[in-house]
Design a protein around this ligand. Structure first.
Ligand SMILES: Nc1ncnc2c1ncn2[C@@H]1O[C@H](COP(=O)(O)OP(=O)(O)OP(=O)(O)O)[C@@H](O)[C@H]1O
Length: 306
């Protein structure tokens, strides 16, 4: 019998998952999984629980939480030889990763995907900084602007959802300063002042679904974006363009693909929305490294690249 381990964050998003847990267990048992679960107790716990699931040779690990929880689960699996398949139940605030792989917001819908969907190997990101190696599934970035994700208080997120990020963004905008950066990407070198850089695996970032419009989940390449120094008015204009995916031709933007990105300058690193230590560091795209369960039509689309 196949075995599934559900790792859920009881504090994610609007804190609803626990009530639905019995239904999720029943649904997975019905499609042949012997299922057990683990409620996370604090930062880092989902990584430990995922590592335990690897050691105990589970076939499937389901991450139920926000992007932070999924990131932690992936960090418990990614450097192992035996890697269970990953299922996702998005109950966080932004859920960028779930959106990128076509998993619906409802717990019932996401559970149905795990029960009836297909595993597809997708790329994940690996970053080495501060003598540590960490993994990400959605996005990494640096520059003052990316820091707003961890300045949003958890209570506010529970109450307001994604709106909390936008409110914080508006509050922070006037104080955002450019950062001096030296960045190598696939043999090219950028030197100059930046608002932020992003190393993206999916097209869905911070609720902006067209931020990296050409991204592919399984081409072995990051979508790499540099937002050069702008003034406030230019920056606000860029944000409105980004909502429609029209920012990529703007002269303040570098938008390209890269397999490796090396940041030489000191700045804070944001990994999937959480603080990831200080740069310098190097990002590498790990080609089709993790099997993730997605809806059948999405799986077909990812496989065929259409
Ligand atoms: N029992 C717990 N109490 C407090 N924090 C926890 C607990 N379990 C896990 N965490 C931490 O909460 C962090 C954020 O959780 P998660 O990403 O699941 O939800 P979120 O913050 O609502 O969503 P998003 O990341 O989409 O904003 C995790 O990275 C984890 O470190």
């Amino acid at each position: 019998m196949k075995r599934a381990r559900i790792i859920y964050n009881p504090t994610s998003g609007r804190e609803l998952f626990k009530r639905h847990l019995p239904d999720v267990l029943v649904r997975l048992e019905k499609v042949g999984y012997e299922t057990s679960c683990h409620a996370t107790e604090g930062p880092g716990d989902a990584t430990k629980a995922a590592r335990q699931a690897v050691l105990r040779e589970f076939d499937l690990v389901v991450a139920a939480g926000g992007d932070g929880t999924i990131n932690e689960v992936v960090n418990g699996i990614a450097d192992q030889l035996h890697r269970p398949k990953l299922g996702v139940i998005p109950v966080g605030t932004t859920n960028d990763f779930a959106r990128a792989i076509g998993v619906p917001r409802s717990i019932e819908g996401a559970c149905e995907v795990i029960a009836t969907g297909e595993p597809v190997p997708i790329d994940i990101g690996c970053v080495t900084n501060e003598d540590k190696t960490r993994y990400f599934i959605n996005i990494a970035g640096g520059g003052r602007l990316t820091e707003l994700t961890y300045e949003v208080p958890s209570k506010l997120k529970t109450m307001l959802g994604q709106l909390a990020y936008y409110l914080k963004g508006i509050e922070m905008l006037p104080s955002i300063k450019a950062t001096e950066a030296q960045i190598e990407y696939d043999g090219k070198l950028f030197e100059g002042d930046i608002m932020m850089f992003l190393v993206s695996l999916t097209n869905s970032v911070g609720g902006f679904e067209k931020l990296a419009p050409d991204s592919s989940l399984n081409d072995g390449l990051f979508d790499f974006i540099i937002v050069k120094k702008t003034n406030l008015a230019e920056f606000i204009r860029l944000v409105t363009l980004a909502a429609r995916g029209e920012h990529i031709n703007d002269p303040h933007i570098i938008y390209t693909k890269a397999n490796r990105v090396k940041v030489h300058s000191p700045m804070q690193l944001n990994l999937d929305g959480e603080f990831g230590g200080m740069l310098p560091g190097e990002f590498v795209n790990l080609y089709r490294h993790l099997e993730v369960i997605m809806p059948k039509d999405k799986a077909e689309q990812v496989r065929t690249g259409r």
